[in-house]
Design a protein around this ligand. Structure first.
Ligand code: PMV
Length: 308
C-alpha cells in the first residue's frame, strides 16, 4: 500500500461531439476533453487513522470516506483509492469543478480519474488511471462504455470504439465548441433503453440511423483534418435530426439548437444521452453573439478551445 497521496491532481470533463448512443451498439464516437473539469488537493490529517474526507465546493459535497457511508461518492472514492493501493484513512481531499454534476459532462469520471491520480501520481500511465477510474464509475453507472474515463484521463479530441484503446484525433486548426447545459434532468440509462426499444420495435428503420451516426464520426474527423468547420456543422445538424429520430431529443434541446443556429452557430446538436443534459454548438468565427444569446436566456454556456 502507498502511504501518501500526491498533493494535487486534475482531470478533464467530456463532451461527445459525434456518435453518442450509436457507440453503445459498436460504432465509433468522437469526444472532446473539457480541461480542468475536476481539480483536487490532498493534505495529511494529524492522525493517519482518522477517516479521510472528500469535499468538492462546486457540488456542495463534503463526505467522510468510510465503508459505512452509503453516499455513492464515498463508495466510489474508496473503490478507486483501494484499486490504486492508496491510503484509505488519514487524508483531507478538497477540490473544485467547472462541471455541473449529472449533466452528461463526465463529472463522475473526472472525479474518479483525479482521485486515481492523487494515489498513482502525475507520471502514471493513462491506462492504469482509466482502470482505477472505472472501478469507481461502476458504482455510479453500472457498466459504462468507458468513454468518459478515457477522455477524463487523456483530454484532447479522441475517437473511441467500445472495448478498444482510443486514438487521438489531430486538428489542423483550433476548434472552439460551446457546451450549454439545459438544466433539464434525465437518466442516461433511460435514454439508452429508449434507443434499444426503438431498435427492437423498428430494426429496419433504427439500425440505419445508428449506422449514420457511426459514419458521421469518420466524416466529421475528415472535415476536421481539412479544417472545414462548415461541413462539421452540417454533420452535427444531421446527427441532431437522427438522434431526434431515435427518440432521444427533447423540446428544450430542440429550442436551444434553434437559438444557436439563429445566433451564428455553424451547427448544433444534443450531446450525450439527450432528453435533457446539454447541447453542443459549433461557433462561427466570432463566438461572442452566440455566448451572449445563451447568457441573455439565463443559461451558463462553457466555451472550450481545442488546439492542434
Ligand atoms: O451520460 P451522458 O450524457 O454522457 O451520455 C452517455 C453517452 C451514451 O452514448 C448515450 C451512453 C454511453 O455509455 O456511451
Amino acid at each position: 500500500m502507498t502511504l501518501a497521496l500526491h498533493p494535487h491532481a486534475e482531470a478533464c470533463g467530456k463532451t461527445i461531439v459525434l456518435g453518442e448512443h450509436a457507440v453503445v451498439h459498436g460504432t465509433p464516437a468522437l469526444a472532446a476533453g473539457l480541461p480542468r473539469g475536476v481539480t483536487l488537493r490532498a493534505r495529511p490529517l494529524a492522525d493517519p487513522r482518522q477517516p479521510s474526507t472528500l469535499a468538492i465546493a462546486a457540488w456542495d459535497l463534503c463526505v467522510p470516506l468510510t465503508v459505512e457511508s452509503e453516499h455513492p461518492v464515498a463508495q466510489a472514492a474508496l473503490e478507486v483509492l483501494g484499486h490504486c493501493d492508496g491510503p484509505l484513512t488519514g487524508w483531507a481531499i478538497e477540490g473544485d469543478s467547472t462541471l455541473p454534476a449529472g449533466a452528461g459532462l463526465g463529472s463522475s469520471a473526472a472525479l474518479t480519474v483525479a482521485l486515481a491520480r492523487l494515489a498513482l501520481g502525475p507520471e502514471a500511465e493513462a491506462e492504469s488511471v482509466v482502470e482505477a477510474s472505472l472501478a469507481g464509475e461502476r458504482i455510479f453507472h453500472g457498466e459504462p462504455s468507458g468513454i468518459d474515463s478515457q477522455v477524463a484521463a487523456r483530454g484532447g479530441l479522441l475517437r473511441f470504439v467500445r472495448g478498444h484503446a482510443p486514438t487521438p484525433v489531430p486538428l489542423s486548426v483550433p476548434l472552439r465548441l460551446l457546451v450549454v447545459p439545459s438544466g433539464v434532468q434525465r437518466r442516461t440509462a433511460d435514454q439508452v433503453a429508449r434507443v434499444r426499444s426503438r431498435l427492437d420495435r423498428l430494426p429496419g428503420l433504427a439500425r440505419p440511423l445508428i449506422d449514420v451516426l457511426g459514419r458521421a464520426v469518420d466524416e466529421g474527423i475528415a472535415a476536421l483534418a481539412a479544417g472545414d468547420h462548415g461541413v462539421l456543422g452540417e454533420i452535427m445538424q444531421v446527427c441532431h435530426g437522427v438522434l431526434a429520430g431515435l427518440g432521444v431529443s427533447a423540446p428544450a434541446l430542440d429550442a436551444m439548437c434553434s437559438t444557436a443556429l439563429r445566433h451564428g452557430a455553424l451547427g448544433a446538436k444534443l450531446t450525450g444521452a439527450g432528453g435533457g443534459g446539454c447541447i453542443l454548438a459549433l461557433p462561427g468565427p466570432d463566438p461572442a453573439p452566440l455566448v451572449d444569446a445563451f447568457v441573455a436566456q439565463g443559461y451558463a454556456p462553457l466555451l472550450v478551445e481545442l488546439t492542434p
